[in-house]
Design a protein around this ligand. Sequence first.
Ligand code: G4F
Length: 332
Amino acid sequence: MSKKRALITGVNGQDGSYLAEELLAKDYEVFGLVRRVGLEAPEHRLERLLPLLDRIHLQPASLESYAGIFNAVAKIRPDECYHLAAASFVSYEFDDEFSTLTTNINGTHYLLASLKDLVPQCRFYFAGTSEMFGSAAEMPQNEQTRFRPRSIYGISKVAGFELVRNYRERYGMHASSGILFNHESPRRGHEFVTRKITSGVARILAEQATELRLGNLDAERDWGFAKEYVDAMWRMLQQPVPDDYVIATGKLNSVRDFVRIAFQCAGLDWEKYVVTDPNFFRSGESVALCGDAAKARNVLGWEPKKQFEEMIREMVETDCLAMGVTLPAAAR
Ligand code: G4F
């Protein structure tokens, strides 16, 4: 029997690289959509994929081009498509609004439309996010909670979510959305607070920095481990019926909790190094979001396993290793 073909957009991101690994381990033929410029400097732009490059196929295409997406789908003819690519940093800057909306909404629409016309039986996964809940009226949030996005990014994802639902209902496509709460790992981008903290700890330990400047330490998030979250994506596409699922730990922690544990892993007192900086505060930020993943547990048999402290330690250790420093024996 021929191998199943999976297409991943955003394959060079944190989630894309974990998902590519999981699908290769399940004996899929994996195709990743990347920007052409990524192929020109793979050691920088495709860093997370370097160990996989000889086992996956990379297809250059821009999410901003319908023709590019259509041609890529026509060539690959996937059995499963995981749409992870997006402008995903939650910015409240006016400058970013137009490109975030255009790229995220059009990219999703181009992909759905191409799949419908070329391979309508292909199963589709859309990366939704807790940002869609925004200033939700209830906590924890589940699949029934009304979306009230407060960021342009959240609005673009609600539009994508509605496109997915619409293609599922109108054209009978097997299209599902995961509403994923924050998920982190040693592969997280440095612009996100968790990686900023763990790499900051490593730099301080390596004596390359003396402080770490952060925004709101009281901000709370429901943080899980990315590798487990991509497994939930795969499980959604194996269901007989497409549907939407919240993926979360159901536990809230503050940025301060994350900071304290990360510095503790390195045997350092965080209060001596962390400086709060108004430049990193976000005005109009969402209230704390905490997910209820009961449906994923019951239907997909999915549940989060890695503990918060364990994940932070893994991130600090990886960043320290990359800086050539080892954690002090007492802190190990
Ligand atoms: O790490 P963050 O930038 O992640 P955020 O905004 O929650 O978004 C991430 O998770 C969403 C839900 O899954 C995704 F939709 C989205 O694509 C992305 O993956 O910020 C986390 C919290 C915020 O409350 C922020 O205000 O940390 C706070 N924070 C405090 N100081 C900071 C900083 N965030 C950043 N990036 N940098 C700081 O210095």
